[in-house]
Ligand binder design. Structure first.
Ligand SMILES: NC(=O)c1ccc[n+]([C@@H]2O[C@H](COP(=O)([O-])OP(=O)(O)OC[C@H]3O[C@@H](n4cnc5c(N)ncnc54)[C@H](OP(=O)(O)O)[C@@H]3O)[C@@H](O)[C@H]2O)c1
Length: 321
């Protein structure tokens, strides 16, 4: 099969090769999936560049996320799954078979049925972002009637955080940095969109009402705003590390009586992930999840795809094997 892969860590144009490799066979409890779309996430290029390295087992085909059709199943898997449309999660976690190839093999629980109405493009956009958003928004119980602040509402995680919080009955305010990102956040359903670079940002969020839960992409940059708008006992859930670690203003955090929480998808228990995946599929089936605008690259252009993602393309970067 054709696959994009690297053997060494480094810049995309220095380490990527697109070549033929033997197609993997599904082992026990695994499925073979024909990949129709492969999603690029920051974790994929951070692993490839060595910024947050993962061990390379000879070669690494990148990308956790993808969508396609099950073509074969291993022992212990219901043969009725052959032909099923699926979205994939964590395909490259501890394995060399990421989704940037014509086929991939994953444990069957990481191939989640994709409802008929949902496109492969949307399916390939879900894994890391929607699962992270789901855990950040809902891991401490229902948010119905609560006020949720999503920092960076036009980002991949932020987008699904808005949609999942709205689906769960929350009031949602989000922050963005430009008009085009504001339009995306509005389309996702945010009740209020605020440019965090504008002088009145804190007052505009405050006027929306005290915030119960913050879904935070940049804790250091936004903590002052978060503390200013948070209700006592609010939770700030951080899922991204900034280039420099923030200095924590302990007295201000105490005064605000807030809770700080940190999430890394790789460490979330399997049962929690399975529940989140089922809930995301239900949201898909109900038509309540949408995709960001996509930037599609053929497999041969894997370098350009990674460079686009790394340079902050607005929307979702996909590779189509
Ligand atoms: N913990 C986990 O398990 C986990 C899971 C998924 C992703 N992540 C990490 O989360 C980060 C985002 O991932 P992603 O896929 O959502 O990336 P993305 O699609 O590039 O979105 C990031 C968004 O954050 C916004 N942003 C940056 N600085 C901001 C600030 N100070 N205030 C508000 N928004 C800000 C960006 O817009 P502007 O720059 O225009 O503001 C952009 O829209 C990455 O570092 C990724 O590695 C972690």
């Amino acid at each position: 099969m054709r696959a994009a892969l690297y053997r060494d860590l480094g810049k995309a144009d220095e380490v990527f090769h697109v070549e033929e490799v033997d197609r993997p066979e599904p082992g026990p409890d695994e499925v073979l999936v024909r990949v129709h779309a492969s999603g690029v996430n920051p974790t994929d290029y951070k692993a490839r560049s060595g910024a947050v390295p993962r061990p390379v087992d000879g070669f690494q085909i990148p990308h956790h996320d993808g969508a396609g059709v099950i073509e074969a199943v291993g022992a212990g898997v219901d043969p009725g799954r052959v032909g099923q449309r699926v979205w994939l999660l964590m395909a490259a976690a501890g394995r060399r078979w990421g989704t940037a190839a014509e086929w991939t093999v994953v444990p069957e629980r990481q191939a989640v049925p994709l409802p008929d109405g949902a496109s492969f493009e949307l399916g390939a956009s879900l894994g890391v972002p929607a699962m992270t958003a789901h855990h950040c928004v809902l891991s401490d119980g229902p948010v119905n009637g609560r006020t949720v602040l999503v920092a960076g509402g036009a980002g991949a995680v932020g987008h699904f955080a808005i949609e999942l919080a709205k689906r769960a009955g929350a009031r949602v305010v989000t922050t963005v940095s430009s008009l085009d990102k504001a339009a995306l956040a509005e389309k996702a359903g945010a009740d209020l969109v605020v440019n965090y670079r504008s002088p009145g940002a804190v007052d505009r969020v405050k006027a929306f009402g005290p915030v119960d839960r913050v879904i935070e992409v940049a804790l250091g940059a936004n903590l002052e705003l978060d503390l200013a708008v948070a209700r006592p006992q609010a939770t700030i859930v951080t899922y991204a590390a900034e280039a420099a670690n923030p200095v924590l203003p302990v007295r201000a955090c105490m005064t605000a009586n807030i809770m700080l929480k940190f999430v890394l998808l790789y460490g979330v228990p399997t049962t929690t992930l399975e529940q989140a995946a089922a809930d995301i599929s239900a949201a898909l089936a109900a038509g309540e999840l949408t995709g960001l605008p996509v930037h599609k690259f053929p497999l041969e252009d894997i370098v350009a795809a990674h460079e686009a993602a790394e340079s902050g393309a607005v929307g979702k970067v996909l590779v189509t094997p």
